[in-house]
Design a protein around this ligand. Structure first.
Ligand SMILES: Nc1ncnc2c1ncn2[C@@H]1O[C@H](COP(=O)(O)OP(=O)(O)OP(=O)(O)O)[C@@H](O)[C@H]1O
Ligand SMILES: [Mg+2]
Length: 157
């Protein structure tokens, strides 16, 4: 099945609650890999924070700029979320050494910033999001998904 593409325009930060809610609800059903594209400061980490908040995570969410990966256990939902930032990846085999395939299992969500920096070793996206900066407060989100349910719900925003 082909990806469906949807563009959400004039998105302010608080709109991310609604948007990530739709995607987070979907991920409780299966495992999922999500790519987050966009320039420095576009809002990729901000998106992940909203996503985790939706799953009920209350702790601090650090940007994995140096650690490359941070993981979060959502105990009551039995979901593991891993958040990767591949910006500083110097060689793609670093990604291999992280053993990221082990993070992809049922009830897991992987959100990857700068997925292109991992080359062919980056896990393939189920949902790919590009965040474009319109102004200091406004973004547009281009979301590609194969899931019709997610697509339909996002269209209603
Ligand atoms: N509509 C919006 N959506 C997302 N972030 C917004 C929005 N409006 C303002 N911001 C602000 O933009 C900044 C985005 O920073 P963030 O760290 O999320 O970017 P990033 O894409 O992860 O950058 P990097 O590539 O450096 O990791 C935050 O300070 C956030 O508060
Ligand atoms: Mg970031």
């Amino acid at each position: 099945m082909k990806f469906k593409v949807i563009e959400l325009k004039n998105i302010i930060e608080s709109d991310l609650t609604n948007i990530t809610n739709i995607i987070a609800n979907h991920c409780s059903k299966s495992s999922m890999v999500l790519h987050l594209n966009g320039v420095l400061g576009a809002g990729k980490t901000t998106f992940v924070r909203a996503f985790l908040a939706n799953l009920g995570y209350k702790g601090r969410v650090k940007s994995p700029t140096y650690s490359l990966i941070e993981t979060y256990e959502i105990k009551d939902k039995n979901i593991t979320v891993s958040h990767l930032d591949l910006y500083r990846l110097s060689r793609v085999d670093e990604l291999y050494n992280l053993g990221i395939d082990d993070y992809i299992h049922s009830n897991s969500v992987m959100l990857i910033e700068w997925p292109g920096h991992g080359g062919e070793l980056t896990p393939i996206a189920d949902i790919a999001i590009t965040i474009n900066v319109i102004s200091s407060e406004l973004r547009s989100l281009v979301i590609k998904t194969k899931d019709l349910d997610v697509y339909r719900k996002l269209k209603q925003i």
